[in-house]
Design a protein around this ligand. Structure first.
Ligand SMILES: Nc1ncnc2c1ncn2[C@@H]1O[C@H](COP(=O)(O)OP(=O)(O)O)[C@@H](O)[C@H]1O
Ligand SMILES: [Mg+2]
Length: 351
């Protein structure tokens, strides 16, 4: 990574409240134009991290720099940051255009330039026809776009978004997510996006920072954190999986405590193996592989697939599969399955 491409740099950033570590230690570089998601369960320290970058919270330790300048002690208004809050925080007594203009007046921009800037940004978020409306006369999705326009109008060095879609219904969320992604990429905007929603992170992010209890569990592309989880926590938080405990022998063969054998390329020793449901297949689809008899413990229909809970001896697996009409296995049935070794991942065996 070239140093001049780094816009945001967290170096061992920490925040404690009393004895409680809200953020235990975060080190992270965000490159120019990169969209990074902080992903983790409620209370893991995402908002605290974002607010330390914004300048609303003083870190207990560590440094933050923006474009090479140490901003750790700089007040929020001098950091050149745009922020979209979860509740949007629009001024209710101002029109859409006035909401966007507010920050531009504050930095002393002249009227003609302000008008041009407002028009440009409202066009980009497709709100130009609503510039004279008041926030109360806008839908949730439109309010969110006003908040976004207000943040982007200042042409910040970094855009921060804290769960910006959490107040919207599921369908609107998906559409706004795509719009937001397009807009951020067309502006080449460096962005830090906070969410507890794994699907949001997987679809939006260039890189995901998976957090748990104030610590970083893994930093990687969506494919890396899904296909090669660094820990049990990451494997379980992102996507669905079965975890099998057991041992790997000198040839890489994993044997679970329940007796199931799976080839791996990992080193010998105690290990936990992650098996995603899409890699458990009908034996007739993977005829070359060893077949196992599995008992169906539960079967849920999801339309595109059925999700089966299976037991093979003492081991439990999940399976996503399609079955011919009328052939869907029921609880108590025995079916023949094979496990695609390409989907078997070994994670460190934590205690
Ligand atoms: N002002 C505060 N005083 C005490 N504890 C706080 C404060 N703000 C956050 N915390 C605690 O720090 C942890 C991380 O909070 P937060 O960053 O808001 O999590 P997230 O955004 O991931 O849900 C939580 O345990 C929370 O209760
Ligand atoms: Mg939060």
């Amino acid at each position: 990574m070239q140093a001049q491409n780094v816009v945001v740099s967290f170096k061992n950033i920490q925040k404690t409240y009393g004895g409680v570590k809200a953020v235990a230690a975060i080190s992270l570089d965000i490159r120019k134009g990169e969209l990074v998601c902080l992903l983790g369960p409620s209370g893991c320290g995402k908002t605290t991290t974002l607010r330390m970058l914004a300048g609303f919270i003083d870190p207990t330790g560590g440094d933050i720099s923006i474009e090479g300048q140490d901003v750790t002690k700089l007040p929020a208004y001098r950091r050149d940051i745009g922020i979209v809050f979860q509740n949007y925080a629009l001024f209710p007594h101002m029109t859409v255009a006035k909401n966007v203009e507010y920050g531009l007046v504050n930095i002393g921009m002249r009227k003609a330039e302000r008008r041009e800037r407002i028009q440009d940004i409202l066009r980009r978020v497709e709100l130009q026809h609503l510039s004279d409306r008041y926030p109360r006369a806008l839908s949730g999705g439109q309010q969110q776009r006003v908040a976004l326009a207000r943040a982007l109008a200042l042409q910040p060095k970094v855009l921060l978004l804290d769960e910006p879609f959490s107040n919207l219904d599921a369908q609107l969320r998906v559409r706004l997510r795509e719009d937001l992604h397009g807009l951020i990429k067309s502006l080449n905007m460096t962005t830090l996006f906070v969410t507890h929603d794994q699907e949001e992170a997987l679809t939006l992010a260039d890189r995901i920072v998976v957090m748990n209890q104030g610590l970083v569990e893994q930093i990687g592309s969506p494919e890396e954190v899904y296909d090669a989880p660094a820990s049990r926590f990451v494997a379980q938080f992102i996507g669905t999986c079965a975890l099998l405990e057991g041992n790997i022998d000198g040839s890489g063969l994993f044997t679970s405590n329940g007796g199931l054998r799976l080839p791996t390329k990992a080193n010998p020793g105690p290990a936990t193996v992650v098996v995603r449901p899409e890699f458990v297949r009908r034996a007739d689809e993977l005829a070359t592989l060893q077949a196992h008899h599995a008992r169906v413990e539960a079967s849920d229909y999801h339309g595109h697939v059925s999700r089966l809970q299976l037991s093979i001896g003492y081991d439990q697996l999940l399976m996503d599969a399609r079955f011919p009409v009328g052939m869907k296995p029921q609880r108590g049935d025995t079916i023949k399955i094979a496990i695609d070794p390409g989907g078997v991942r070994v994670v460190p065996n934590q205690v």
